[in-house]
Structure formats: structure tokens, C-alpha cells
Design a protein around this ligand. Structure first.
Ligand code: ZN
Length: 78
């Protein structure tokens, strides 16, 4: 992600995820991965198209590495 996309994603996450507590370890510190993850799309024929997918913003707990994803398409970052 470029700096503008990271800033927009961080603003959205801060608006809707106030406490940022980790559901795994209870920690409160997360780091946004600078690159996107992509969840591949599964079509009606149950074939996975590796060329298409949903862009995901990855937030990783700094204590236990549990990761949470936000949909980059629907929050309007991409
Ligand atoms: Zn954690």
C-alpha cells in the first residue's frame, strides 16, 4: 500500500475498532502490515481463481501475532 492508502486504512480502523484488544492474548498493540494480503475468489464451479481475490488489510498483534483482516474494497481504500 502507498502512504495515502495506509493512512486511509488506519483512519477507518481507528474509527471502528476503538479498543484494539486482541481476542487471543488480550494485548492492545497491533501493527498494520505494509502490504496487502489477498483472499482468492471461489467461483460457482468451486474453482479457485488465483488471479482474482479480495484485498485484505492485515493487522497483527505485536504480542502473539494473531492477525485480523479488514476488507480493502468495502472500506473504500482501494
Ligand atoms: Zn495477541
Amino acid at each position: 500500500m502507498n502512504q495515502q492508502q495506509q493512512s486511509a486504512a488506519q483512519a477507518h480502523i481507528n474509527k471502528y475498532w476503538g479498543t484494539k484488544n486482541c481476542p487471543c492474548c488480550g494485548g492492545y498493540s497491533f501493527t498494520m502490515h505494509p502490504e496487502l494480503a489477498v483472499a482468492p475468489t471461489v467461483h460457482e464451479g468451486r474453482e479457485i481463481d488465483l488471479n482474482k481475490g479480495t484485498p485484505l488489510i492485515v493487522m497483527r498483534c505485536n504480542r502473539c501475532s494473531y492477525s485480523i483482516f479488514f476488507n480493502g474494497n468495502t472500506i473504500g481504500v482501494f
